[in-house]
Structure formats: structure tokens, C-alpha cells
Design a binder for this molecule. Structure first.
Ligand code: ARG
Length: 593
């Protein structure tokens, strides 16, 4: 890791750097990491919590400090003189409360306005991440679970990318396995001229899948042929490979439509990609003595688990786990990723837990207690529930078509928008194009935000009414809040672009200061969301920010006040930060509503 440029990184990182210097001066004999948090009380903005821990380390060693409070006093006194900190004081047993300098906060905001929000990128301890997300299965339904994985994964990717981490966005599609024998045979039977089929010609792949499954279950002779087809496919026979490719292509086109609607980029490296690596990877594990024979299968026994991890099935075939081991090996050794992140429903937790442990047993990953990277993480999420509290389904079909779902969100938001604009006579100000774009941004944004705002581990109830409401913590409410700020800026006669360079932000009013301080916390929020793989942290920040803006706007007149130039810049900064949050959440902001 290269040393950070002065002034780079989040505010918390910068304060930590200053605290680190003070700690070195205060207790040169002990080597500790600075502990810096946002202040919970009202006596500071950030606080350093090192004194108490340090006391237990130095007491009885002939130290001149009498108690933790004295260490706190020394930490406060030894903070280097700089333009960041206004003052520092000690509370209770030794909490060091740090007050930031108003002019430094103002300058940081102004710098961002001039040089762009990328100057607020945080510094993360990794350079390259593999993010395995979405990952639906060929010819099967792409269900709401995959939608969640797609939305959560995309946001994580965007947050890492914003923090200058290279992200390999991997779509680990289920494109290999025994079901392909059945699908290929059914294709040959149903579409003798399958080679000439256009990429959509099968019609509905899910229906095709179901019909072939039915045939497989009912007809022993077909089942036989299907099983031979798997062998021929895996043996690389031309015709079978071609049919397999055709089926994958049709599925891929369907998935791509959803990705396009959601504006999600992914690179497909499906299970089949890793298949050639499986034998050599298993060979290595075997030579390390990790693989054993058990009831005809080849398995890895893992501490803390009753059942072993099967890596070669009884019939000699490979499975989900063997593919994942090969994929992990590839990601670590060929792609040289430091952090490999998997986004799936929590139901797969045991699978990930087991194969991560197997990788650790093989020495691919360090002991989590010793070193941080490379590391693997499973980003689990809960179920999507319907209004009835059961797994989400629509009335008409058993499965929820994701395209239809997004369409419905859009058309609902459009009719609400139309109704409102008609009621207040504003419809004349809108072009059809604008209406279309806005309802899409609002509708799709609502679906994404509803998914992201809760802690991902909890189940969430899918409700159009709730997510499209303009009250409470919803994307619609936030879109309104942002559009309102834009309209304040439009209303002013001053030119914000000019003010950015010539004007000056002052944070004289308490509500201005609170807003300013919250704005500059942006980088540490993204940092926290990345570190803990929690998009909800960013949602919470965005919501709080809009509430703080409202408080500021209620108590501080902007347009027509003597403070207009400064306050307008605060409006602009809030709008910029909100837009950047939207961008990371994959939501298109709207400028009028
Ligand atoms: N295809 C799997 C599913 O639909 C998800 C794959 C997740 N990624 C992985 N490397 N196992 O459940």
C-alpha cells in the first residue's frame, strides 16, 4: 500500500492519522492503532478512544501517567497543530473529544465542488476484488432472489469502484450440470431444425425447462437418452456442445434484457469456464491429503460440520462445490484478487462456509485471525416476501418475471406522476420524453432502494404501494428531496458555477455546521459500507442527509437572504452528494418532480 497523499482519504482516516502521530508522541513505548469514532455526545465531532486501553497496557510499568484521563489529556495536547482541528478536550475516563475547524470543513466542501466528488474517495486496503453476483441458472427462472443478488452486488461493485478498487464483476451462471442432457435431448426432439433457430425462437425457456423435466420424469427411455447426452456433452461431442451453446445463448439474451433495464454490467464466467481446472485443483488438494473416500464419493471432512463437503459425486461427476473450489483457485492465482465476494441468499451460507474452510485447510487463505487478505466473504441476503408473508409470487404466474416487475413499477410511478401534475396544472411543463424518463428513474429506483435500504440479512416484503410512497424512507421521497434542492438553486438569480470558484462557504448557523459536517462524512460512510459489505449503510446516510437538509432549509433562508451565496453552495454540495449516493445505488436522479 502506497502512503496516502496528505489530505486524502475520509475525514475519519485523516483524524486517525493525526491521532496516530499524537499516540506516538504520548506513549512511544507502545504501538497501537488509533481508535477514532464519530462523537456520540455534543462536546465534539469525532472522538479518540485510545486512552482507556492504553492505561491498562502502561499502568504498573513505571509510567508517569496517573490514570487514563491523564493519558487522554496528553493525547489531546500532543495532537499536531494543523488547520483540521479546532480544539480537543477530555471527558470522563479519558475520551478525547475533537472539534473540527469550521473553516476547514467549509474548505473541504468547496474543494469538492471545484474538483469533483471523486476527491472524496476513501482509501481501501485492497486493489482488486472479485464480486460474484447475480449468477442465475441457464434455462431456469431468474427469480427475485437473483434480482436481489444483482441489485446488492451492483451497488457493492459501484462503491468499490468509486473507492478506486478494481472490481471483476463476475456472473457465475449455472451453465453446467446434468440438467443439460435433458434440455439438449428435448431440443433435438422438439426442434429438429434447432441449428437454424434464432436466439429467441424457443419462446419461453422456463416453459421449455418444465416440459423437458416432465418428459424426463415420465419417460424412462427419454431419461436414458438424456443421461447419455450429458456424457456426450461432457466428452466434448460437437453436436452436443453446439446445442448446449444454443440453449445458453437464449438464456443469456433473457438475462441481458434484465441487466439492461437495471443498468448493470457483468462479465459472464459461468460454471463451465472453471470445469477444465477442476481435476488439477482436486489433484492438489488430494496430494495434501485433504480428500478422502466416503460411501463411494470423494469428500473433504471439515471441522465443525457433520456432513463432509462432496467434491466428486458417486457417479464420478463434479458438482457445485468442486466448481466453486476451482473458481476460487482461479480467482486467487490467475486473477490475483485479494477479496472474493459472493452474493447469494442466506440459504447457501453453509456451502460457502464449508468451502471457505476447505480453502483455508489447503493454505489458500490465511487464518482470519492473522492476516486480512486475501479473504473471501459471503454476502447473504434474506427472502423476498409477498403481502401474504410467503415467498414472493405474482397472481398470474407462479414465477415473477423480473422484466414485468420493473415495468409495473414504472407504469405505477407514471400514473401517479401524471395524476399529480394534472392536479396542480403543471402537466404542460412536461414533455412525453421527460415523463417517460422520470417515471422510469422513479419506478426502477424504488425497486432498487426498497431492496437495499434494510439490512440485507432480513427478509423483506415486496410492496409497490410502500416502495412508491412519497413519504418515509423511500426512493421516491429522496428523489423529491433532491429535485427540491435543484429547484431552489434554479430559483436563485446567482450562478452556482461562478460561486463555486469565487464564493465562500461559511458555517455560522448551527444547522449549517451540522449539515456541513454530515456532508464531509460521505467518504467514511462509503468506506464503512464497503468494509462491512452493507449497502444499507449508504441508504441510511442518504436518508439522514435529506432530513438534515430539510432542517437547515427550514431554519436558514437561502434565496433572498444576505447569506445566499454561501447557502446556495451548501444546497449545491448537498445535491452533488445525494446524486453520488444515487449513482452508487444504481438509481438515476431526477432534477424536477
Ligand atoms: N447459480 C447459483 C444460484 O442460482 C448462484 C451461484 C453463486 N456463485 C457461486 N460462486 N456459487 O443459486
Amino acid at each position: 500500500q502506497e502512503p496516502a497523499a496528505p489530505g486524502a482519504g475520509s475525514v475519519k482516516q485523516q483524524i486517525s492519522n493525526l491521532v496516530a502521530l499524537s499516540l506516538r508522541a504520548t506513549v512511544p513505548e507502545v504501538d497501537v492503532e488509533p481508535i477514532v469514532e464519530v462523537c456520540t455526545g455534543k462536546f465534539g465531532d469525532y472522538q479518540c478512544n485510545n486512552a482507556m486501553g492504553l492505561w491498562s497496557k502502561v499502568k504498573g510499568s513505571g509510567t508517569s501517567f496517573k490514570n487514563p484521563n491523564a493519558i487522554g489529556q496528553a493525547i489531546a495536547k500532543n495532537l499536531p497543530a494543523c488547520d483540521v482541528i479546532e480544539s480537543a478536550s477530555v471527558a470522563g475516563p479519558g475520551f478525547v473529544n475533537i472539534v473540527l475547524s469550521k473553516s476547514w470543513v467549509a474548505k473541504r466542501i468547496q474543494d469538492m465542488l471545484v474538483n469533483g466528488i471523486t476527491t472524496w474517495a476513501s482509501i481501501l486496503p485492497v486493489k482488486r476484488v472479485v464480486l460474484d453476483f447475480s449468477s442465475p441458472n441457464i434455462a431456469k427462472e431468474m427469480h427475485v432472489g437473483h434480482l436481489r443478488s444483482t441489485i446488492i452486488g451492483d451497488t457493492l461493485a459501484r462503491m468499490f469502484e468509486f473507492s478506486n478498487v478494481e472490481v471483476l464483476r463476475r456472473n457465475h451462471v449455472g451453465d453446467w450440470g446434468t440438467q443439460f442432457g435433458m434440455l439438449i435431448e428435448f431440443l433435438f426432439e422438439k426442434f429438429p431444425n434447432w441449428e437454424e433457430l434464432g436466439s429467441q425462437a424457443i419462446g419461453d425457456l422456463q416453459v421449455f425447462y418444465k416440459a423437458s423435466k416432465q418428459r424426463f420424469d415420465e419417460d424412462a427411455e427419454f431419461k436414458d437418452r438424456a443421461q447419455q447426452a450429458v456424457v456426450r456433452l461432457q466428452g466434448g461431442e460437437e453436436k452436443y456442445r453446439a446445442a448446449w451453446k444454443k440453449i445458453c445463448e437464449i438464456s443469456r439474451n433473457e438475462f441481458d434484457q434484465v441487466y439492461k433495464l437495471l443498468d448493470v454490467q457483468l462479465e459472464e464466467k459461468g460454471e463451465s469456464f472453471y470445469n477444465p481446472y477442476i481435476p488439477q485443483v482436486l489433484e492438489k488438494l488430494s496430494s495434501q491429503g485433504l480428500i478422502e473416500e466416503s460411501e463411494g464419493a470423494r469428500v473433504i471432512f471439515i471441522q465443525g460440520h457433520q456432513i463432509p463437503l462432496i467434491v466428486v459425486k458417486r457417479d464420478g461427476g463434479f458438482n457445485y462445490a468442486s466448481t466453486d473450489l476451482a473458481a476460487l483457485w482461479y480467482r486467487l492465482n490467475v486473477e490475483k484478487a485479494e477479496w472474493i465476494i459472493y452474493v447469494t441468499d442466506v440459504g447457501q451460507q453453509q456451502h460457502f462456509d464449508m468451502f471457505f474452510k476447505a480453502a483455508r485447510m489447503a493454505g489458500w487463505l490465511p487464518d482470519p485471525k492473522e492476516k486480512k487478505f486475501p479473504k473471501t466473504s459471503h454476502v447473504g441476503f434474506g427472502l423476498v416476501l409477498g403481502a401474504d408473508g410467503k415467498r414472493f409470487r405474482t397472481r398470474s404466474t407462479e414465477v415473477v418475471r423480473l422484466g414485468d416487475l420493473l415495468d409495473e413499477a414504472k407504469s405505477r410511478s407514471k400514473s401517479e406522476l401524471l395524476q399529480r401534475l394534472t392536479e396542480n396544472g403543471k402537466i404542460v411543463d412536461w414533455t412525453d420524453e421527460e415523463l417517460e424518463q422520470t417515471s422510469k428513474a422513479v419506478g426502477y429506483g424504488a425497486v432498487k432502494y426498497a431492496d437495499l435500504k434494510n439490512n440485507r440479512l432480513t427478509n423483506y416484503t415486496f410492496s409497490f404501494d410502500q416502495m412508491l410512497s412519497d413519504k418515509g424512507n423511500t426512493a421516491v421521497y429522496l428523489q423529491y428531496a433532491h429535485a427540491r434542492i435543484c429547484s431552489i438553486i434554479r430559483k436563485s438569480n446567482m450562478d452556482v458555477e461562478e460561486l463555486k470558484v469565487s464564493g465562500n462557504i461559511s458555517l455560522a448557523h448551527p444547522d449549517e455546521r451540522v449539515l456541513g459536517l454530515y456532508l464531509i462524512r460521505y467518504a467514511e460512510i462509503v468506506e464503512e459500507a464497503c468494509t462491512n459489505l452493507l449497502p444499507s449503510v449508504l441508504c441510511e446516510y442518504l436518508y439522514n442527509l435529506s432530513e438534515m437538509f430539510t432542517r437547515f432549509y427550514t431554519n436558514c433562508q437561502v434565496v433572498g437572504s444576505p447569506e445566499e451565496p454561501s447557502r446556495l453552495l451548501l444546497c449545491e454540495a448537498t445535491a452533488v452528494v445525494m446524486r453520488q449516493c444515487f449513482q452508487l445505488l444504481g438509481i438515476t436522479p431526477v432534477y424536477k418532480l
